[in-house]
Design a protein around this ligand. Sequence first.
Ligand SMILES: Cc1cc2nc3c(=O)[nH]c(=O)nc-3n(C[C@H](O)[C@H](O)[C@H](O)COP(=O)(O)O)c2cc1C
Length: 193
Amino acid sequence: MTDNIDGRLRIAVVIGSVRKPRMADPLAAWLEHELTAFDWLELDLIDLATVSLPMHEMQPGGAAGSPIAGRLADADGFVFLTPEYNHSFPAALKNAIDWHFTEWAYKPVAFVGYGSSGGIRAVEQLRGVMPELRATTIREAVLIPMAWEHVDAGGRFVPPPGTAQALHVTMGELRTWASALRAVRIPDLAGRQ
Ligand SMILES: Cc1cc2nc3c(=O)[nH]c(=O)nc-3n(C[C@H](O)[C@H](O)[C@H](O)COP(=O)(O)O)c2cc1C
């Protein structure tokens, strides 16, 4: 793990959809814009569509060949931007989770979900997965129902009322947990399975 020079928390946003085209693009652009305004965080946008994590190379306990292991390891907390597919979250996101192990440990994960019902079923399933990696999940979440109905003629996501407030509350909680867990994080989890 590398030191953060100015004391800000490193927050990695993981884009869970790898489809083309995808609703994730306008949502990620909006999220990046909003999060850049938070002066307490340093943002890293991890787009799984640009990352090669072959399923046949995945190992239990994490694999050395991951191109994003270092970025995940450097993060103090995560925001998963996830759609809902068949009442769950995308396979690409599960694959990225499974490819890593210690990178998630003792860190908080917040969710921005979308789908017809705001991605709630995807988010709730992720709440069952992440504790296996010793990650904790943030109670509050940003859930955006019918996100595709909030895209303007220029392709920009225009958040429905309440979305920015939900993001603020969620990020406040993420900050609290990320600060607290930074203090207790065990730097070397090698050997733990
Ligand atoms: C394979 C597939 C399954 C889906 N299943 C659901 C579902 O169960 N519930 C839901 O609310 N939306 C479902 N949707 C709609 C997606 O949540 C919606 O299209 C979303 O915008 C997809 O995000 P993306 O374009 O960034 O991949 C599904 C979409 C796909 C492609």
